[in-house]
Structures are given as C-alpha cells and as structure tokens.
Write a protein of this length. Structure first.
Length: 210
C-alpha cells in the first residue's frame, strides 16, 4: 500500500489544487445557481462518481494511452464541452420553472446525478492530472502499483467531493436568498446556464493537452 507520508503529501497537494477554482468548481456553481442546493449537491455527487472510470483507467494503465492520444483526448474534450453547453442551454430554457420549491422527483434526482457523472467522466483535465501526478506519489518498491494508484485516486475524489459540496451549498444558498423574487431567480438560473456554456466553450478552445 501507499506509505503514509506519501498519502499525506498527496492529500495536501490535492487540497491545494482543488481549492483553486477550476472547471469542476465553475460547473458546480453554475448548476447550483440554476438548480439550487439539492441540484448542486446531486451534480457534485455525479461529478465525483464520474472520476471513478478515470481512476480505474489510470490504475490499469489505460489513462496513459488516452492522455497521449491527441485524437482520443480531443474527442473526449469536445464531447464534454458540448455536453456542458447543452446543460447550460437547458438551464436557460427552463429558467422560469426552476424557482418552484418542493421535493425533487426521483427521476429528476437520478437525472441530475447522471448529468454530473457525464461531465465528470468527460473532463480531460482530470485524466491528465491523474496520469501526471498520481505516479509521483507511488512507492514502486512496495508493489501493487494499480492498487496504490486507485487509492490515491479515491483520496482525490473524496477531497473533491467535500470541497465541491461546500461550493454547491454556498451558491445554492445565494440562489435561495434570491428566490424571493421569481424574476430574480429566473435571471440567476439563466446566469448559471451562461456560466456552463462559457465553461464548455473554454474547454473546447483550450489546447489538446492543456
């Protein structure tokens, strides 16, 4: 297994990197502004679950092939960017109906988790991070390299889950305060949609390995 000093160093490194707002944070804020706290938290859960296939791929060595393949990397990047734009457009189109309070139907719950999962699974920057950073904290003399990589990936996932949940609660609380006015909440939902569209466009236009 990974020696404790390596685990601690990786956890601190991950905490610093995750604390810096990036694509995942902007996605969570946009979703929380558009859908509220519960929608934001469900998106955070889905986004974190979307890292699981990436962690498995890196642990099995597939992530290296993917990160080094310009074609595959670009396909995933464009697919993820297009899906973000789609979610942003949907948030703007349905902004008038997002102000209503009440329990979220099970179908909507799973839909929000699924949407977050697809965004997380198609985030190429996470794949590159796992491929570039995780091996640096592995103890190759201890053996079980795939298990060590998987453990480090899970540590990153848990830290990201907690950090992104805080962002979701903060943005969702701000949305709740604005909800006193249907007009303002519609504008806020639209702003969340615009944020997701902008994020999708930014990811699509970044370099193939950025």
């Amino acid at each position: 297994m990974v020696p404790f000093p390596h685990v601690l160093a990786f956890a601190l490194t991950s905490l610093v990197l995750i604390a810096i707002p990036g694509p995942s944070v902007l996605f969570v804020i946009g979703r929380s502004l558009a859908l509220g706290r519960k929608g934001g938290l469900l998106s955070v859960l889905g986004n974190a679950l979307g890292m699981v296939p990436q962690i498995i791929a890196v642990a099995l060595g597939v992530g290296v092939v993917l990160a080094q393949s310009v074609v595959l990397f670009t396909i995933i990047k464009i697919a993820g960017a297009a899906y973000l734009v789609h979610l942003g457009i949907q948030a703007i189109r349905h902004r008038g109906g997002t102000a209503a309070a009440g329990p979220v139907p099970p179908s909507s719950t799973w839909r929000m988790v699924r949407e977050g999962f697809l965004v997380g699974a198609t985030n190429p920057k996470t794949i590159v991070f796992f491929v570039a950073v995780l091996p640096q904290f592995v103890d190759y003399a201890a053996g079980s390299i795939p298990l060590q990589l998987a453990l480090l990936g899970v540590i990153f996932l848990v830290i990201a889950l907690v950090s992104d949940s805080i962002w979701a609660l903060a943005a969702g609380t701000a949305r709740h305060w604005f909800a006193r006015s249907p007009k303002r909440i519609a504008s806020l939902s639209a702003a969340g949609g615009v944020m997701m569209i902008g994020l999708g466009g930014t990811l699509a236009l970044t370099g193939s390995k950025s």
